[in-house]
Design a protein. Structure first.
Length: 233
């Protein structure tokens, strides 16, 4: 039996009035709702805040909803993703589903229907009873990387920050200066050498656990790319 539970919901919608209406209705159902108007704000939120569901507009300023949905799905495979948009052609809907949407809704959206849909979808996906354990998971609170074998690798603060930054980045790739800024290091040759040492130690830890396939790749002397889907806990 699935126990009904309140959700933490992310709304990404650049139309302020609609965002506020949806927030008010979902909160009236007991959910915790955080609303933002662009994908860039989501990147700032994710390191500190976990979500059970995301409601995404497709036509966002900057990074669009399709790209954002794809990144969120990589980081959190069990996230409920609902796309809301004025685009209602079949090709648009198929594209939404290919990019990670569970449900594709055309505007205008009824807030009450959306709230009930969230509850029904959570139950159908057995959201509260099942935990995905396959693949790589980064437990930020315990500074641990959980491997597909369920073995764990103890990480330093720098290693956690490094992996988290790549997991949240577009194409899971960042340049040296971006990584150094996130990690609070000086953006110079000394900082770059420190970063190379961090990556070398992390690769060694993975190799000692029997991980042969590359997990981190240097990108043409510009930075690093994460080559695995990594779920953040």
């Amino acid at each position: 039996m699935v126990t009904e539970k309140y959700l933490t919901v992310l709304i990404v919608e650049d139309h302020q009035a609609l965002r506020e209406v949806l927030t008010e209705i979902l909160e009236s159902y007991g959910h915790t709702v955080i609303g933002v108007d662009c994908a860039e704000e989501v990147c700032e939120l994710l390191p500190q805040q976990g979500f059970d569901a995301a409601i995404l507009d497709l036509n966002l300023p900057g990074e669009d909803g399709l790209s954002l949905a794809e990144r969120l799905r990589q980081v959190q495979p069990d996230l409920i993703i609902i796309m809301v948009t004025a685009r209602n052609q079949v090709a648009d809907k198929l594209s939404g589903y290919r990019h990670g949407a569970d449900i594709y809704l055309s505007k205008p959206v009824d807030g009450e229907e959306l709230a009930l849909l969230l509850q029904a979808l959570a139950k159908r996906l057995h959201f509260f009873d099942n935990e995905i354990t396959e693949g790589y998971r980064l437990d930020r609170q315990c500074s641990t990387l959980i491997l597909p074998t369920q073995n764990s690798v103890l990480l330093t603060v720098d290693e956690v920050t490094f992996l988290q930054a790549l997991a949240l980045a577009v194409n899971q790739s960042l340049e040296y200066w971006q990584l150094l800024e996130v990690m609070g290091r000086e953006v110079n040759n000394h900082g770059k050498k420190q970063l190379e040492v961090i990556v070398s130690r992390l690769r060694r830890k993975l190799k000692n656990q029997g991980i042969i396939n590359p997990v981190i790749r240097a990108t043409r002397s510009k930075g690093y790319q994460l080559l695995i889907p990594l779920r953040l806990n």
